[in-house]
Design a protein around this ligand. Structure first.
Ligand code: ATP
Ligand code: MG
Ligand code: MG
Length: 383
């Protein structure tokens, strides 16, 4: 049967949970590797799940025994475990792709060979102040010091405004493998979800992302005030970058739109991505639906990746109290066309992604008007 193959998912957070939602609608069994009662497991009742972490070799081996195709909701997984099980189970995308992408410096070195435009950068080998000062001379200030590994939500980035900031920057990221990037003076941040199938590289339209404190806050789909030409160029760039990696599934590509309208790649994620959540309501096939279809070699009609109605996605991020994020969801209950997604992660921690809301409307202007009260609530939670 076309839907009888079992999918194993490394990680059962919100991304895994939304993958499970897609699997459930197709009667596809998804076996999740994560702690008991993780968000993804809560909506998937069967005995195929594995308790443990995507960083435990033995747990990954155990998951491999339960499924036909293995995938991950996060790139920070043990790729040596994946390499080991790849002979017995299909791993999508490939462990090589995940290994290269999970190290942002290696990712950029790899993409450089494909002519992908990126911010000029330098590798630190000693994490020493003299070394960073020399790169400051070469790249100019400000520059962005970045951890090569285990980076997410900007945790791993430090903006170095001048030579005087160097000791503080190195202290903040000490003991991590580092590289430094030239500052990108962008007028907008863009993102494209790319779907790599067995024989094609497809893309969703270009969206605009707004980060606050380096965490994604809003996504406008399609990107506002971006010409059709740039929309197409960004999709082409994203597809070229993803084509440089082996394996199937969804990839999130973050880009900068510079003052002169040129594009620069920020980074790639080898997985479904926050910038693609709008596809659940905005498109006929969500990024989660497409990911599952891609890894199982099921058809993906290209038309189903188009945006049906302008959409705005707002992240609900944890505030100071364990339940303040619920205020945003409560306010959204009364907003027309607002789809609420709570991730059931339990008590919130400040800065933690607890849910999201997507508003769709006939025009972007209308969607902006409808979502504004919710943005105000979210701003108050964080304040
Ligand atoms: P994510 O949660 O998206 O994985 P991350 O921790 O991997 O985030 P980046 O995506 O590299 O971090 O950077 C986070 C944000 O910091 C970017 O979206 C952008 O706003 C800003 N940023 C990153 N690199 C630069 C740069 N070279 N110049 C200016 N701003 C930058
Ligand atoms: Mg990242
Ligand atoms: Mg990023």
């Amino acid at each position: 049967m076309w839907n009888s193959r079992k999918v194993g998912i490394l990680g059962g957070g919100q991304l895994g949970r939304m993958l499970v939602e897609s699997c459930n609608r197709l009667n596809i069994q998804a076996n999740v590797l994560d702690a008991e009662n993780s968000p993804a497991k809560q909506i998937s009742f069967h005995d195929g799940h594995v308790t443990g972490s995507f960083n435990e070799r033995e747990a990954v081996r155990q998951l491999a025994k339960t499924c036909d195709v293995m995938t991950a909701e996060i790139e920070h997984v043990d790729t040596y475990a994946l390499e080991e099980v790849a002979s017995e189970v299909q791993v999508e995308p490939s462990w090589q792709a995940i290994r290269t992408i999970q190290n942002k410096f290696n990712q950029k070195e790899h993409l450089r060979k494909y002519g992908i435009p990126m911010a000029d950068h330098r590798e630190l080998v000693k994490n020493a102040p003299e070394e960073l000062a020399e790169f400051g001379e070469q790249l100019g200030y400000p520059m962005m010091l970045k951890s090569k590994t285990m980076a997410y939500d900007g945790r791993g980035n430090f903006r170095v405004n001048s030579k005087e900031d160097i000791p503080e920057a190195l202290e903040a990221l000490k003991d991590r493998p580092l590289y430094v990037e030239k500052w990108a003076y962008f007028k907008m941040e863009l993102a494209v979800m790319v779907i790599k199938t067995k024989d094609e590289v497809l893309s969703y339209p270009t969206v605009e992302t707004v980060q606050e404190d380096s965490v994604c806050k809003l996504v406008y789909a399609p990107a506002r005030n971006v010409s059709d030409k740039i929309n197409k160029e960004a999709q082409a760039l994203a597809r070229t970058a993803v084509a440089a990696f082996e394996g199937k599934g969804a990839f999130g590509v973050e880009m900068f739109l510079l003052e002169d309208d040129s594009l620069m790649l920020c980074e790639i994620a080898s997985r479904i991505h926050n910038s693609g959540h709008y596809t659940i309501e905005g498109c006929a096939l969500s990024q989660f639906d497409s990911h599952i279809r891609a890894i199982l070699d099921l058809p993906i009609p290209v038309k189903s990746l188009e945006i049906r109605q302008p959409s705005i996605m707002l992240n609900i991020i944890g505030g100071s109290a364990p339940d303040t994020h619920l205020k945003a969801a409560e306010a959204a209950l009364s907003i027309p066309n607002a789809a609420i997604h709570l991730y059931s992660k339990g008590a919130a921690k400040p800065g933690r992604k607890m849910g999201h809301i997507t508003v769709t409307a006939a025009t972007m202007h209308e969607a902006e008007t409808m979502i504004q009260p919710l943005i105000d609530v979210v701003d108050n939670i964080r304040a």
